[in-house]
Write a protein that binds this ligand. Structure first.
Ligand code: SIN
Length: 277
């Protein structure tokens, strides 16, 4: 197995690995180290059934139960799907994952990682972009760092300020998903100890104790800073890719920039994380 960096800050490509069978302890350790070091691993040339994907995911942690079960695969509900073929109740096409975000930050313990496995890809486009929020934090000026050091974000299922609307939750799902949770705007990675900006335009409703007039422009300023190209890795999908990323120190977004007559369909699974500190 070879792990080769894709940029100098985010992303590495993994070759020479077959996740359709058991892997050795050494390989498992190397994968976990590579995930922590590079934040995104693109493991090439896999062809995994949903059940096998659950096994592969468990090399990195425990499965996180996703909030909106309407996307669960009937035969393997731990795996959800992402597809450009779904529509909102009003008939508009639903493109999952558009707009910068980190997954399920409205949970008290948001998932540490998300894994996607490409099943069907458009002939071009549909890349996933990642922004390294630790590098972005590091590049902030001292005054901004001091300003945000002890701020706390209010995260909800759907922020009223977000242009991107999510698919609604069923009544049963609403019962198990928290109404609002509080997370620090600067979080410390529980494994590396590195600080990151932790915001989520789709889920942040506000900042505790700040008027929206102050909070919303600050969130926009942080997002614009953090999503500059110098902090990004852009993943152009290849058939067979399995991509795992670290939600604790990255934002990501899907691109709906391809021919919608073509199908983009991926399996998705998340891994349990910690309470952000
Ligand atoms: C997601 O936001 O989890 C999906 C990203 C993608 O489809 O590229």
């Amino acid at each position: 197995m070879q792990i080769a960096p894709l940029t100098d800050h985010t992303g590495a490509e993994v070759r020479g690995l077959d996740l359709s069978g058991p892997v050795s302890d050494d390989v498992r350790t190397a994968l976990q180290d590579g995930f922590l070091r590079h934040h995104v691993l693109a493991i090439r040339n896999q062809s995994l059934s949903p059940a096998r994907l659950v096994q592969a995911a468990s090399l990195f942690g425990e499965i996180f139960p996703q909030h909106n079960t309407r996307f669960a695969l009937p035969d393997c509900p731990q795996i959800h799907y992402l597809s450009n073929q779904d529509s909102f109740p009003d008939g508009r096409r639903y493109i999952p994952g558009e707009g910068w975000h980190t997954d399920h930050s409205n949970d008290t313990r948001p998932p540490k990682a998300t894994i996607l496995h490409a099943v069907k890809l458009p002939s071009s486009g549909g890349d996933t972009q990642f922004a390294n929020m630790a590098a972005a934090y590091e590049a902030l000026d001292a005054a901004t760092r001091a300003r945000i050091a002890s701020l706390v974000g209010i995260h909800v299922y759907q922020s009223s300020h977000s242009a991107r609307k999510l698919m609604g939750l069923s009544e049963a799902n609403k019962e198990r998903v928290p109404n609002a949770v509080l997370h620090p705007v600067v979080r410390t990675h529980p494994e590396s100890g590195i600080k990151s900006i932790y915001i989520n335009p789709i889920r942040i409703e506000g900042i505790l104790g700040l008027d929206h007039k102050e909070a919303l422009p600050l969130l926009v300023e942080l997002l614009e800073h953090a999503t500059q190209e110098r902090f990004q890795y852009r993943h152009a999908w290849q058939p067979g890719d399995l991509v795992i990323w670290d939600n604790r120190c990255l934002l990501h977004k899907a691109n709906g920039d391809y021919d919608m007559n073509e199908v983009r369909y991926l399996y998705r699974v998340m891994l349990k994380g910690d309470v952000p500190h």
